[in-house]
Design a protein around this ligand. Sequence first.
Ligand SMILES: Cc1cc2nc3c(=O)[nH]c(=O)nc-3n(C[C@H](O)[C@H](O)[C@H](O)COP(=O)(O)O)c2cc1C
Length: 365
Amino acid sequence: MIGTLYRNVVKPVLFKFDPEFVHDRMLAVGNFLGRFEVTKWFTRLMFDYESSALTQEVAGLHFRNPVGLAAGFDKNANLVDILPQVGFGAMELGSVTLEAYSGNPKPRLRRLPKSKALVVYYGLMNIGVRKFVTKLQSYSQHRAIVGISVAKTNSSRTATEEQGIQDYYECLQYLESQQIGDYYTINVSCPNTFGGEPFTTEDRLQKLLAKISSLNIKKPVFIKLPINLTIEEFDALLRVAVRFKITGVVIGNLTKARDPQLIHDHLPADAKGGISGLPTQKLSNDLISYTYKNYGKQLVIVGVGGIFSAEDAYEKIRRGATLLQLITGMIFQGPQLVGEISRGLTTLLKRDGYENISEAVGTSS
Ligand SMILES: Cc1cc2nc3c(=O)[nH]c(=O)nc-3n(C[C@H](O)[C@H](O)[C@H](O)COP(=O)(O)O)c2cc1C
């Protein structure tokens, strides 16, 4: 019922306004709802879904369900108290960077309704790691796992390889010194940054991870990968991840491809940014299958890109993802999607004779 209400009443109104304006209002509303026990309780009652069939221990962390919020929706840790009540089992906050960045010139968020996609050109806008940590320290929730996505400060001062590596290093070093977050994701694949995507070659990723490994991080560390590389280039990054004993890979980021078969809205040629949602779905799914087949025993896979239903979520699980993340599906379908996916997954697991979600991981690969 909430879904029907969202799609027929709320969404048509929200979609009349500028997407960044709406996103900012949603952050304010979510932050407000997260401040009071009564609003948290009511949100949980309306949206959350619990099932023991969905719980997993992954890399020493307890996930109450596999549905996580992908990085980029809550860049500055505004929603930490409300996201678990909406039904998320995990939230990847950020991407946060060592220094703050006020964002690329507007418009930096566009909707492509016919394509079920967004064009994202924020360029790693965030308040910087020190303010981010201070905010994160003010929360006390324990229902959902908190991941912190770390990226390179978007600035001409971090454009060289050496400066870039140092920037990632100092950001992680600060997070480590504050003992905050359950896991880290190193976002090497943000397509909208100064100096491009510099750590998405074998050689550069290796240098970055060599430096980071000197921090001797004990928490799980994931790497968020791009989805537009050739399979050889992608495989080379996976090999580096395995060599450095990285916990897992998040597959993946926004697509840079402007495939006319997938983009059905008018998109001006000068509209900059990466594309989320349905156009990422097949790219992500194929890479999940590839990774599971070749590195399934060495890397935990977090499947992201174009999840709009429980069936989409289950497809990624069966291809080899242990955990999932989403943003665009929630924007197009409504916040009840998170609980709907959990409920739907439970039904699909039962249909296929599995007692726990972990049994379904990789069954179609
Ligand atoms: C508004 C927006 C901002 C994003 N910002 C980030 C980011 O800061 N860091 C990151 O790793 N990914 C970012 N992403 C990519 C998402 O985490 C995700 O990989 C991608 O959107 C595909 O998932 P979806 O189809 O469920 O949206 C962003 C996506 C959106 C829609």
